[in-house]
Design a protein around this ligand. Structure first.
Ligand code: PLP
Length: 381
């Protein structure tokens, strides 16, 4: 089945009772047993639920995986992958990673006896120097937040496999419409489904997909035992959102490319970070490992911090808010939002200056979005 058909057709046959065309929300905490001779397929919603199962089959199909488990948030999905580690193990995290993953690694894993250190995913060989004889897992992502650096997935996997590591990849920023990391021999791919998969900024969720039955079983058991399962309603909302993923991503990519080109030519913009620009150092690699360049971009204003803050407030189409991947355009200020937890020195090392702004480009008409940026930039003089 082709990609765009999968979220509409996989796992959602009209249900048996009323032939409802749209897969129902099975808002039930528990399911009846026929007898005591055999355990029913479904027992209890913390463990599994039909609406969740439908969503999981869709995400597995989109990622070309065999298995998927959905979670109540992207962070629960990250923690599920970390739960494969045990006391005494060592985890390698790419230094350019989502702030929550960084925080979870640094603040919680050492309490469980798991050591964490960082490596530079743009230089996969640095994994060798950072690894110890206790290293069991590596986690990385691409494009990275907020400067949209494109990491070579195949090269990172090659080094990780030579060290015998389990490879976890966070595919939230690209979505499976643009990149399917399991094709590059990644072991586990995870999502904050809150973003492009849900696509409408109305539900928080996460997912972990894999081809490996044993890993899948462990991830499923973590969800069952910890109870970080999504509600049937949240699964249904995500299932509804994901149906238009292919269409939305086309528009996200088109709008982001137009905006990136507009900003690149603007005299008040010092730097635009978007892999779709030919001037971007990750452009050639992105063309190889992605089917499109995504809806996320950042830009550095040629001006003061006050002007960058004023610009973020002077926009009307771009809403000043955290998160990304929804149909509506958002603007973020990484210094005070996604990367507020870092020191100024750590931020500057990642080119997160006080004049850096991040856009999650929505699917509105790009003319409106560019006009909005134009009027706000004009105010700067
Ligand atoms: N991974 C990435 C790349 C993210 O951007 C986020 C959230 O912004 C997460 C994981 C965590 O997801 P959630 O907020 O759904 O817990």
């Amino acid at each position: 089945m082709e990609f765009a058909s999968k979220p509409i057709r996989v796992g959602q046959k009209p249900e048996s009772a009323f032939k409802s065309v749209i897969f129902p929300i099975y808002q039930s905490s528990t399911f009846a047993w026929d007898d005591l001779e055999s355990t029913p397929d479904l027992e209890y919603t913390r463990v599994q639920n039909p609406t969740r199962r439908a969503l999981e089959s869709v995400i597995a199909a989109l990622e070309n995986a065999e298995f998927c488990t959905c979670f109540s948030s992207g962070m629960a999905a990250v923690m599920a992958t970390f739960s494969l580690l045990k006391q005494g193990d060592h985890l390698l995290i790419a230094s350019d990673i989502y702030g929550g993953t960084h925080r979870l690694g640094v603040a919680h894993l050492p309490n469980l006896g798991i050591d964490v250190s960082f490596y530079d995913a743009s230089n996969p060989d640095s994994m060798r120097e950072a690894a110890t004889d206790r290293t069991r897992m590596v986690i990385f992502e691409s494009p990275t937040n907020p400067t949209m650096q494109v990491m070579d997935i195949a090269a990172n996997v090659l080094v990780a496999k030579s060290l015998g590591l389990l490879v976890v990849f966070d595919n939230t920023f690209a979505s499976p419409a643009l990149q399917t990391p399991l094709e590059f021999e990644v072991d586990l791919v995870l999502h904050s489904t809150t973003k492009y998969i849900g696509g409408h900024s109305d539900v928080v969720g996460g997912a972990v997909a894999t081809k490996d039955p044993q890993l899948a079983e462990q991830i499923f058991e973590f969800n069952k035992n910890v109870g970080c399962n999504p509600s049937p309603f949240d699964c249904w909302l995500t299932l509804r959102g994901v149906k238009t993923l292919a269409l939305r991503m086309e528009r996200h990519c088109k709008n982001a490319a137009e905006i990136a080109r507009y900003l690149e030519a603007h005299p008040r913009i010092r730097q635009v970070y978007y892999p779709g620009l030919e001037s971007n150092p990750g452009h050639t690699l992105a063309k190889v490992q992605m089917n499109g360049f995504g809806g996320m971009l950042s830009f550095d204003l040629d001006g003061s911090e006050e002007q960058a803050r004023a610009l973020a407030k002077d926009l009307s189409f771009f809403i000043l808010a955290e998160s990304l991947g929804g149909v509506e355009s958002l603007i973020g200020y990484p210094k005070l939002m996604s990367h507020a937890g870092m020191t100024e020195e750590e931020r500057l090392a990642r080119r997160i200056t006080p004049t850096l702004l991040r856009l999650s480009v929505g699917i509105e008409d790009s003319r409106d979005l560019i006009a909005d940026l134009e009027q706000a930039l004009k105010k700067l003089g």
